[in-house]
Write a protein that binds this ligand. Structure first.
Ligand code: DOR
Ligand code: ZN
Length: 346
Protein backbone atom coordinates (compact mmCIF):
# COMPACT_ATOMS: atom_id res chain seq x y z
CA UNK A 1 0.00 0.00 0.00
CA UNK A 2 1.49 3.37 -0.91
CA UNK A 3 -1.40 5.71 -0.08
CA UNK A 4 -4.14 5.72 2.50
CA UNK A 5 -7.15 8.02 2.74
CA UNK A 6 -9.22 8.20 5.93
CA UNK A 7 -12.08 10.33 7.18
CA UNK A 8 -10.69 13.54 8.73
CA UNK A 9 -9.43 12.63 12.22
CA UNK A 10 -9.61 14.37 15.61
CA UNK A 11 -7.06 14.66 18.40
CA UNK A 12 -8.69 13.91 21.75
CA UNK A 13 -5.86 15.27 23.93
CA UNK A 14 -3.73 18.34 23.21
CA UNK A 15 -1.93 21.19 24.99
CA UNK A 16 -2.13 24.37 22.93
CA UNK A 17 -0.57 26.78 25.47
CA UNK A 18 -1.17 30.52 25.22
CA UNK A 19 0.40 33.72 23.88
CA UNK A 20 3.31 33.31 21.47
CA UNK A 21 3.58 29.55 22.01
CA UNK A 22 -0.10 29.11 21.10
CA UNK A 23 0.49 30.96 17.83
CA UNK A 24 3.57 28.86 17.14
CA UNK A 25 1.95 25.46 17.69
CA UNK A 26 -1.82 25.40 17.13
CA UNK A 27 -1.68 25.27 13.34
CA UNK A 28 0.26 22.01 13.44
CA UNK A 29 -2.71 20.38 15.15
CA UNK A 30 -5.26 22.25 13.01
CA UNK A 31 -3.54 21.11 9.81
CA UNK A 32 -4.02 17.42 10.59
CA UNK A 33 -7.18 17.36 12.70
CA UNK A 34 -10.65 18.84 12.40
CA UNK A 35 -11.22 19.00 16.18
CA UNK A 36 -9.02 18.72 19.24
CA UNK A 37 -9.66 18.53 22.94
CA UNK A 38 -7.68 21.37 24.52
CA UNK A 39 -6.31 20.76 27.98
CA UNK A 40 -6.86 23.50 30.59
CA UNK A 41 -3.45 23.45 32.35
CA UNK A 42 -2.32 26.94 31.46
CA UNK A 43 -0.09 28.74 33.95
CA UNK A 44 -3.36 30.16 35.30
CA UNK A 45 -5.55 27.09 34.82
CA UNK A 46 -8.81 27.36 32.90
CA UNK A 47 -11.30 26.75 35.69
CA UNK A 48 -14.39 28.84 34.90
CA UNK A 49 -16.41 28.35 31.76
CA UNK A 50 -15.98 32.05 30.92
CA UNK A 51 -12.20 31.51 30.95
CA UNK A 52 -12.63 28.55 28.60
CA UNK A 53 -14.71 30.68 26.22
CA UNK A 54 -12.05 33.41 26.20
CA UNK A 55 -9.30 30.83 25.65
CA UNK A 56 -11.29 29.32 22.77
CA UNK A 57 -11.40 32.78 21.16
CA UNK A 58 -7.63 33.16 21.49
CA UNK A 59 -7.14 29.77 19.88
CA UNK A 60 -9.43 30.63 16.98
CA UNK A 61 -7.63 33.94 16.52
CA UNK A 62 -4.32 32.10 16.18
CA UNK A 63 -5.51 29.92 13.28
CA UNK A 64 -4.23 30.64 9.78
CA UNK A 65 -6.94 31.06 7.10
CA UNK A 66 -6.51 27.55 5.66
CA UNK A 67 -7.16 26.10 9.14
CA UNK A 68 -10.18 28.27 9.92
CA UNK A 69 -12.45 25.20 10.05
CA UNK A 70 -10.58 23.78 13.04
CA UNK A 71 -12.70 23.42 16.15
CA UNK A 72 -11.11 23.58 19.61
CA UNK A 73 -13.10 21.51 22.11
CA UNK A 74 -12.62 23.11 25.50
CA UNK A 75 -12.19 21.58 28.94
CA UNK A 76 -12.15 23.00 32.44
CA UNK A 77 -9.72 22.17 35.18
CA UNK A 78 -11.30 20.57 38.22
CA UNK A 79 -10.25 21.89 41.61
CA UNK A 80 -11.23 21.06 45.17
CA UNK A 81 -13.59 24.04 45.14
CA UNK A 82 -14.94 23.91 41.58
CA UNK A 83 -18.49 25.22 41.12
CA UNK A 84 -20.69 22.40 39.72
CA UNK A 85 -23.26 24.93 38.42
CA UNK A 86 -20.66 26.74 36.34
CA UNK A 87 -19.35 23.48 34.89
CA UNK A 88 -22.87 22.30 33.99
CA UNK A 89 -23.78 25.70 32.53
CA UNK A 90 -20.57 25.74 30.44
CA UNK A 91 -21.50 22.34 29.05
CA UNK A 92 -25.10 23.40 28.35
CA UNK A 93 -23.82 26.52 26.55
CA UNK A 94 -21.59 24.43 24.29
CA UNK A 95 -18.41 25.97 25.70
CA UNK A 96 -17.15 23.02 27.73
CA UNK A 97 -16.92 19.60 26.11
CA UNK A 98 -15.40 17.85 29.12
CA UNK A 99 -13.68 18.41 32.48
CA UNK A 100 -10.17 17.35 33.43
CA UNK A 101 -9.00 15.76 36.65
CA UNK A 102 -5.37 16.41 37.50
CA UNK A 103 -4.34 15.01 40.85
CA UNK A 104 -2.53 17.94 42.52
CA UNK A 105 1.15 17.92 41.58
CA UNK A 106 0.87 15.19 38.92
CA UNK A 107 2.36 17.18 36.05
CA UNK A 108 2.99 20.57 34.35
CA UNK A 109 0.88 23.34 35.97
CA UNK A 110 -1.12 20.97 38.15
CA UNK A 111 -0.51 22.64 41.53
CA UNK A 112 -4.18 23.65 41.79
CA UNK A 113 -5.33 20.13 40.99
CA UNK A 114 -7.54 17.93 43.12
CA UNK A 115 -6.06 16.90 46.49
CA UNK A 116 -8.70 14.28 47.29
CA UNK A 117 -11.06 12.90 44.69
CA UNK A 118 -13.92 12.98 47.25
CA UNK A 119 -13.79 16.77 46.96
CA UNK A 120 -15.13 16.59 43.42
CA UNK A 121 -17.92 14.05 43.97
CA UNK A 122 -20.60 16.79 43.71
CA UNK A 123 -19.38 17.92 40.28
CA UNK A 124 -18.95 14.33 39.08
CA UNK A 125 -22.57 13.65 40.03
CA UNK A 126 -23.66 16.56 37.87
CA UNK A 127 -21.43 15.50 34.98
CA UNK A 128 -22.81 11.98 35.19
CA UNK A 129 -26.37 13.35 35.03
CA UNK A 130 -25.71 15.56 31.97
CA UNK A 131 -23.44 13.14 30.08
CA UNK A 132 -20.31 15.30 30.32
CA UNK A 133 -17.09 13.25 30.04
CA UNK A 134 -14.45 13.22 32.78
CA UNK A 135 -10.88 13.17 31.45
CA UNK A 136 -8.36 11.77 33.89
CA UNK A 137 -4.63 12.14 34.34
CA UNK A 138 -4.36 8.80 36.10
CA UNK A 139 -1.34 8.91 38.38
CA UNK A 140 -1.03 9.03 42.13
CA UNK A 141 1.45 11.65 43.24
CA UNK A 142 2.76 10.57 46.62
CA UNK A 143 6.53 10.38 46.88
CA UNK A 144 6.44 6.91 48.38
CA UNK A 145 5.10 5.48 45.12
CA UNK A 146 7.71 4.75 42.48
CA UNK A 147 7.18 6.94 39.40
CA UNK A 148 6.88 3.87 37.15
CA UNK A 149 4.08 2.45 39.36
CA UNK A 150 1.97 5.59 39.68
CA UNK A 151 -0.55 4.74 36.98
CA UNK A 152 -1.14 1.17 38.19
CA UNK A 153 -1.53 2.37 41.79
CA UNK A 154 -3.99 5.05 40.65
CA UNK A 155 -6.20 2.34 39.16
CA UNK A 156 -6.24 0.36 42.41
CA UNK A 157 -6.55 3.24 44.84
CA UNK A 158 -8.83 5.64 42.97
CA UNK A 159 -10.10 4.76 39.53
CA UNK A 160 -11.77 1.44 40.25
CA UNK A 161 -13.84 3.00 43.06
CA UNK A 162 -14.63 6.10 41.05
CA UNK A 163 -15.99 4.12 38.12
CA UNK A 164 -18.11 2.02 40.51
CA UNK A 165 -19.42 5.05 42.35
CA UNK A 166 -20.42 6.83 39.11
CA UNK A 167 -21.47 4.00 36.79
CA UNK A 168 -23.06 6.30 34.19
CA UNK A 169 -20.17 8.78 34.04
CA UNK A 170 -18.20 8.81 30.79
CA UNK A 171 -14.53 8.46 31.68
CA UNK A 172 -11.52 8.85 29.43
CA UNK A 173 -8.37 7.46 31.00
CA UNK A 174 -5.91 9.78 29.25
CA UNK A 175 -2.53 8.86 27.74
CA UNK A 176 -2.41 5.36 29.17
CA UNK A 177 1.06 3.87 29.50
CA UNK A 178 0.66 0.43 31.06
CA UNK A 179 -0.78 -3.02 30.42
CA UNK A 180 -2.61 -2.53 33.72
CA UNK A 181 -4.48 0.42 32.19
CA UNK A 182 -5.22 -1.47 28.97
CA UNK A 183 -6.66 -4.37 31.00
CA UNK A 184 -8.66 -2.05 33.23
CA UNK A 185 -10.25 -0.27 30.26
CA UNK A 186 -11.05 -3.53 28.50
CA UNK A 187 -12.67 -4.98 31.64
CA UNK A 188 -14.72 -1.86 32.35
CA UNK A 189 -18.09 -1.06 30.78
CA UNK A 190 -18.58 0.87 27.54
CA UNK A 191 -18.41 4.27 29.28
CA UNK A 192 -14.71 3.83 30.09
CA UNK A 193 -12.30 4.54 27.23
CA UNK A 194 -8.67 5.61 26.82
CA UNK A 195 -6.44 7.73 24.65
CA UNK A 196 -3.00 6.56 23.57
CA UNK A 197 -0.14 8.84 22.50
CA UNK A 198 2.31 8.19 19.66
CA UNK A 199 5.31 8.26 21.97
CA UNK A 200 3.97 5.50 24.22
CA UNK A 201 3.53 3.34 21.12
CA UNK A 202 7.07 4.04 19.88
CA UNK A 203 9.32 4.21 22.93
CA UNK A 204 9.84 2.40 26.17
CA UNK A 205 11.68 3.85 29.17
CA UNK A 206 15.11 2.94 27.81
CA UNK A 207 14.74 5.79 25.32
CA UNK A 208 14.92 8.35 28.11
CA UNK A 209 18.38 7.13 29.17
CA UNK A 210 19.94 5.80 25.97
CA UNK A 211 23.52 7.13 25.76
CA UNK A 212 22.73 9.87 28.31
CA UNK A 213 19.66 11.74 29.47
CA UNK A 214 17.29 12.46 26.60
CA UNK A 215 14.91 15.20 27.70
CA UNK A 216 12.89 15.09 24.49
CA UNK A 217 11.73 11.56 25.32
CA UNK A 218 10.47 12.64 28.71
CA UNK A 219 6.78 13.14 29.33
CA UNK A 220 4.26 12.28 32.00
CA UNK A 221 3.14 9.67 32.55
CA UNK A 222 6.67 8.54 31.85
CA UNK A 223 7.24 5.74 29.29
CA UNK A 224 7.29 2.29 30.90
CA UNK A 225 8.83 -1.15 30.25
CA UNK A 226 8.67 -2.83 26.86
CA UNK A 227 5.88 -5.19 27.91
CA UNK A 228 3.66 -2.17 28.46
CA UNK A 229 4.51 -0.63 25.10
CA UNK A 230 3.58 -3.90 23.42
CA UNK A 231 0.24 -4.02 25.26
CA UNK A 232 -0.50 -0.46 24.13
CA UNK A 233 0.34 -1.30 20.52
CA UNK A 234 -2.00 -4.26 20.63
CA UNK A 235 -4.78 -2.16 22.19
CA UNK A 236 -4.43 0.70 19.68
CA UNK A 237 -4.22 -1.43 16.56
CA UNK A 238 -6.79 -4.18 17.30
CA UNK A 239 -9.78 -2.11 16.16
CA UNK A 240 -11.34 -1.86 19.65
CA UNK A 241 -13.67 1.15 20.00
CA UNK A 242 -12.51 1.91 23.54
CA UNK A 243 -9.10 3.13 22.41
CA UNK A 244 -8.61 6.24 20.35
CA UNK A 245 -6.16 8.89 19.25
CA UNK A 246 -4.98 11.52 21.73
CA UNK A 247 -1.49 12.81 21.08
CA UNK A 248 -0.90 14.69 24.35
CA UNK A 249 1.18 17.05 22.21
CA UNK A 250 2.87 19.17 24.89
CA UNK A 251 5.27 21.74 23.46
CA UNK A 252 7.93 23.34 25.61
CA UNK A 253 10.67 25.59 24.30
CA UNK A 254 13.92 23.75 23.62
CA UNK A 255 15.72 25.56 26.44
CA UNK A 256 12.99 24.55 28.93
CA UNK A 257 13.40 20.88 27.95
CA UNK A 258 17.22 20.95 27.84
CA UNK A 259 17.66 22.28 31.33
CA UNK A 260 18.85 21.04 34.72
CA UNK A 261 15.18 20.40 35.50
CA UNK A 262 13.64 19.83 32.10
CA UNK A 263 9.87 20.09 31.60
CA UNK A 264 7.72 17.02 30.93
CA UNK A 265 6.07 16.90 27.54
CA UNK A 266 6.67 15.79 23.97
CA UNK A 267 5.77 18.02 21.02
CA UNK A 268 4.36 15.52 18.55
CA UNK A 269 1.74 17.59 16.70
CA UNK A 270 3.75 18.35 13.53
CA UNK A 271 3.93 14.67 12.42
CA UNK A 272 1.29 13.08 14.62
CA UNK A 273 -0.59 11.16 11.93
CA UNK A 274 2.65 9.98 10.37
CA UNK A 275 3.86 8.74 13.73
CA UNK A 276 0.69 6.79 14.49
CA UNK A 277 0.40 5.38 10.99
CA UNK A 278 3.96 4.04 11.20
CA UNK A 279 2.81 1.94 14.17
CA UNK A 280 -0.27 0.59 12.40
CA UNK A 281 1.91 -0.19 9.39
CA UNK A 282 4.50 -2.03 11.51
CA UNK A 283 1.72 -4.00 13.21
CA UNK A 284 0.14 -4.87 9.85
CA UNK A 285 -3.09 -3.21 10.97
CA UNK A 286 -3.54 -0.29 8.59
CA UNK A 287 -7.20 -1.29 8.17
CA UNK A 288 -7.77 -0.25 11.81
CA UNK A 289 -6.09 3.15 11.53
CA UNK A 290 -9.24 5.04 10.55
CA UNK A 291 -11.23 3.65 13.48
CA UNK A 292 -8.56 4.73 15.97
CA UNK A 293 -8.00 8.15 14.38
CA UNK A 294 -11.44 9.20 13.15
CA UNK A 295 -14.32 6.99 14.34
CA UNK A 296 -13.94 5.73 17.93
CA UNK A 297 -13.44 9.17 19.53
CA UNK A 298 -16.56 10.86 18.09
CA UNK A 299 -18.62 7.76 18.91
CA UNK A 300 -17.51 7.89 22.54
CA UNK A 301 -18.04 11.64 22.90
CA UNK A 302 -21.38 11.46 21.06
CA UNK A 303 -20.25 13.90 18.37
CA UNK A 304 -20.80 13.64 14.61
CA UNK A 305 -18.11 12.14 12.41
CA UNK A 306 -16.14 14.68 10.40
CA UNK A 307 -16.83 15.24 6.74
CA UNK A 308 -13.83 15.22 4.43
CA UNK A 309 -10.71 13.09 4.31
CA UNK A 310 -6.97 13.22 4.76
CA UNK A 311 -4.47 11.26 2.70
CA UNK A 312 -1.05 9.96 3.65
CA UNK A 313 1.47 8.58 1.20
CA UNK A 314 4.32 6.19 1.77
CA UNK A 315 7.44 8.31 1.19
CA UNK A 316 10.49 8.29 3.40
CA UNK A 317 11.34 11.73 4.75
CA UNK A 318 13.37 13.18 7.55
CA UNK A 319 11.79 14.94 10.52
CA UNK A 320 13.52 18.28 11.15
CA UNK A 321 15.74 18.72 14.20
CA UNK A 322 13.83 21.79 15.37
CA UNK A 323 10.71 23.72 14.55
CA UNK A 324 10.12 27.47 14.73
CA UNK A 325 12.58 29.90 16.23
CA UNK A 326 13.26 32.44 18.95
CA UNK A 327 11.46 31.84 22.24
CA UNK A 328 9.23 29.23 20.67
CA UNK A 329 11.96 27.05 19.16
CA UNK A 330 10.88 23.47 19.82
CA UNK A 331 12.20 19.98 19.15
CA UNK A 332 9.55 17.71 17.65
CA UNK A 333 9.03 14.03 18.42
CA UNK A 334 11.14 11.89 16.02
CA UNK A 335 13.54 14.83 15.42
CA UNK A 336 16.23 13.79 12.94
CA UNK A 337 14.63 10.38 12.31
CA UNK A 338 13.41 9.11 8.96
CA UNK A 339 9.73 8.25 8.88
CA UNK A 340 7.91 6.30 6.17
CA UNK A 341 4.61 8.16 5.87
CA UNK A 342 3.77 11.75 4.97
CA UNK A 343 0.49 13.61 4.99
CA UNK A 344 -0.45 14.93 1.55
CA UNK A 345 -1.31 18.63 1.67
CA UNK A 346 -4.98 19.27 0.88
O1 DOR B 1 4.29 15.31 29.72
C1 DOR B 1 3.31 15.98 29.98
N1 DOR B 1 3.25 17.28 29.61
N2 DOR B 1 2.30 15.42 30.62
C2 DOR B 1 1.26 16.13 31.06
O2 DOR B 1 0.39 15.56 31.67
C3 DOR B 1 1.22 17.60 30.86
C4 DOR B 1 2.03 18.00 29.72
C5 DOR B 1 2.29 19.49 29.66
O3 DOR B 1 1.35 20.26 29.82
O4 DOR B 1 3.43 19.88 29.41
ZN1 ZN C 1 -1.73 16.03 28.59
Amino acid sequence: MDRITIRTPDDWHTHQRDGEMLKAVVNYTARQFRRAIVMPNLVDPVIKSADAAAYRDRIRAALTPENAGFEPLMTCYLTDTIDPDDVAQGHADGVLTAAKLYPAGATTNSDSGVTDVANIFPVLERMEAIGMPLLIHGEVTSDDIDIFDREAVFIDRILRDLVERFPKLKVVFEHITTKDAVDFVKESGPLVAATITPQHLHINRNAIFKGGINPHQYCLPVAKRELHRLALREAATAGTAKFFLGTDTAPHAQHAKESACGCAGIFNAPYALESYLAVFDEEDAIEHFEGFASLHGPAFYGLPLNEGTVTLECVEHEIPATIGGGDTLTVPFHAGETIRWRMVEA
